[in-house]
Design a protein around this ligand. Structure first.
Ligand SMILES: [Zn+2]
Length: 411
C-alpha cells in the first residue's frame, strides 16, 4: 500500500518557495509518486493509500552532507582515535551512521576515512544489517609526505605516485579521491595559506579518477591551493576559506564546486568548562582564529555568490575534536543563514546542490516523482526559523520510516 503525506508545507528543493498544504505520495518501491496540493490529489491515489496527516509541518528532501568523517566522533583528537582498536572505531561508526540518519541526513560524502572501515559500513547499510545514510566515500586522503593529515593519509609525491595512490583508493571502493592542496589547522604547526601538492600532482589524481567515473576533491584554504586545484581540473574545493576574487572567477569559469564547512571553523561551544581536556586544548589553540575565520567565511560566501561559483556545504563532523556529529547539518545551514546566505538558498545548498556534489542529483536532493523518498519532516518552518532544522518529527529513507527512538544524538 502506498503512503500519502498530506497537509504539509512542502519544500521540494528546486529553488522556489514552499507549497502550502502540500501532499506527497510514497510508492511501494520507496520512490516518490505524486507531489502537489492536498486538495488536488487524484481520487484514485487518495483511495488506495495509507494516509499520514502532516498537520501543517514542514516536509523537505532529506539533508545531504557533502563533507563528513563518519568514522570519527568529533570529540576526541585524531591522535587518540588512531590509538584505539579498529573494532572500537567500527562500532562507534555504526552508531554515528544511525544517528546521522535520525537527524534527517539521508546521504553523506565521507572525505577522509579510517582504514576503509567506512567501506564496510556502507556495505552493511546496503545489505540492511544496520541503518545509515547513503554514502559516497573517498577512502584514505592523499597528502604529500608530511602534508596535512599525513598521520592518516596515503602519503605520495610526484605525479606517478599520486596516480597510484588515487588508483589504490578507487580499487578499495572510493567514489571520490580526496587530496590535500594546502596546509590545515587540524595538523599542528601547519600554514593554511601554504599550498601542498603541485598542480601537476593534483592533475595526476584527475587522470586516475575521471576515466573511472570518479570525482576529485581537494582540501584547500589559501588561494594558491584553490588555484592549483581548479587549474588541475578537480571537481570540488573543500573549505575554501581564503577564496579571493581571482580564484572565484576561475572556479565559476571551470565549474569547480565549492564545499564550505562553516561549523568546523566556528564550533558550537555553550560552556567552555564542559569541554574535555582534549577539546579544551584544541579550543585554546584555535580560539583567536575562530572569530577571524567567521569574518573571513562571510567574505568567501559573498565573493563566491557574486561570481556565481557553485556552492555546496558540509559539516566536517568528525574532522577534529570540536566537530561533533550532533545537529551538524542543521547547524551548518543555520550558520550559512547567519553569514548572509538567504534561507531558501541555504536549504537548497544542503539538499539539491549537495546531491550534485555526490553525483546523486538524479536520485535524491529534491522532491520529484521517481526520486527516492528520502524525506525530512520538521515540526516548524526552517525558512522562518533555522533552529527548526533540529526539530525532527520524522525521517524516511527510500520510503522507509526511520526509527527515531533509539540512541538519538539529542538525548
Ligand atoms: Zn574534513
Amino acid at each position: 500500500m502506498t503512503t500519502l503525506l498530506t497537509h504539509v508545507t512542502l519544500f521540494d528543493g528546486q529553488g522556489g518557495e514552499p507549497l502550502e498544504d502540500g501532499a506527497l505520495e510514497i510508492q511501494d518501491d520507496g520512490r516518490i509518486g505524486w507531489v502537489g496540493k492536498t486538495r488536488e490529489l487524484p481520487r484514485d491515489i487518495r483511495a488506495g493509500a495509507q494516509k499520514i496527516d502532516g498537520g501543517g509541518q514542514f516536509l523537505m528532501p532529506g539533508l545531504v552532507d557533502a563533507h563528513i568523517h563518519i568514522c570519527w566522533n568529533g570529540e576526541e583528537s585524531i591522535f587518540e582515535l588512531l590509538e584505539r582498536d579498529r573494532s572500537a572505531i567500527l562500532l562507534e561508526a555504526v552508531s554515528l551512521a544511525r544517528r546521522t540518519l535520525q537527524q534527517g541526513t539521508t546521504s553523506i560524502r565521507d572525505v577522509g576515512g579510517h582504514e576503509y572501515i567506512e567501506m564496510h559500513l556502507r556495505a552493511a547499510v546496503a545489505r540492511g544489517w544496520i541503518e545509515g545514510p547513503r554514502m559516497k566515500l573517498s577512502g584514505r586522503v592523499i597528502s604529500m609526505t608530511g602534508g596535512h593529515g599525513h598521520f592518516i593519509a596515503r602519503e605520495a609525491d610526484g605525479p606517478a605516485e599520486i596516480l597510484k595512490a588515487a588508483r589504490e583508493q578507487i580499487k578499495a571502493g572510493a567514489d571520490t579521491v580526496k587530496l590535500m592542496a594546502t596546509g590545515g589547522s587540524a595538523t599542528p604547526g601547519q600554514d593554511v595559506m601554504a599550498s601542498q601538492l603541485t598542480q601537476e600532482e593534483l592533475a595526476a589524481a584527475v587522470a586516475a579518477a575521471h576515466p573511472m567515473g570518479r570525482t576529485v576533491a581537494a582540501h584547500a584554504h589559501g588561494p594558491s591551493g584553490i588555484q592549483n586545484a581548479t587549474l588541475a581540473g578537480l571537481d570540488s574545493v573543500e573549505h575554501g576559506s581564503y577564496l579571493n576574487e581571482e580564484c572565484a572567477a576561475l572556479m565559476a569559469e571551470r565549474g569547480t564546486q565549492l564545499v564550505v564547512t562553516l561549523g568546523v571553523a566556528n564550533p558550537e561551544i555553550e560552556d567552555v568548562h564542559a569541554l574535555t581536556p582534549i577539546q579544551r586544548a584544541d579550543y585554546e589553540r584555535r580560539k583567536d582564529g575562530i572569530q577571524s575565520s567567521r569574518d573571513r567565511y562571510i567574505q568567501t560566501l559573498q565573493i563566491a555568490r557574486a561570481h556565481g561559483v557553485f556552492l555546496a556545504c558540509g559539516t566536517d563532523a568528525g574532522g577534529n575534536a570540536l566537530a561533533p556529529h550532533r545537529h551538524a547539518m542543521a547547524r551548518e545551514i543555520e550558520l550559512l543563514i547567519d553569514y548572509g546566505v538567504p534561507p531558501l538558498d541555504a536549504l537548497t545548498m544542503g539538499t539539491k546542490h549537495n546531491a550534485r556534489v555526490l553525483r546523486m542529483e538524479d536520485e535524491v536532493g529534491t522532491l520529484e516523482r521517481g526520486k527516492w523518498a528520502d524525506l525530512l519532516l520538521l515540526r516548524g518552518n526552517p525558512l522562518e526559523d533555522p533552529r527548526q532544522l533540529r526539530a525532527v518529527a520524522a525521517v524516511w529513507k527510500g520510503g522507509q520510516a526511520v526509527d527515531l527512538r533509539s540512541g538519538r544524538l539529542d538525548d
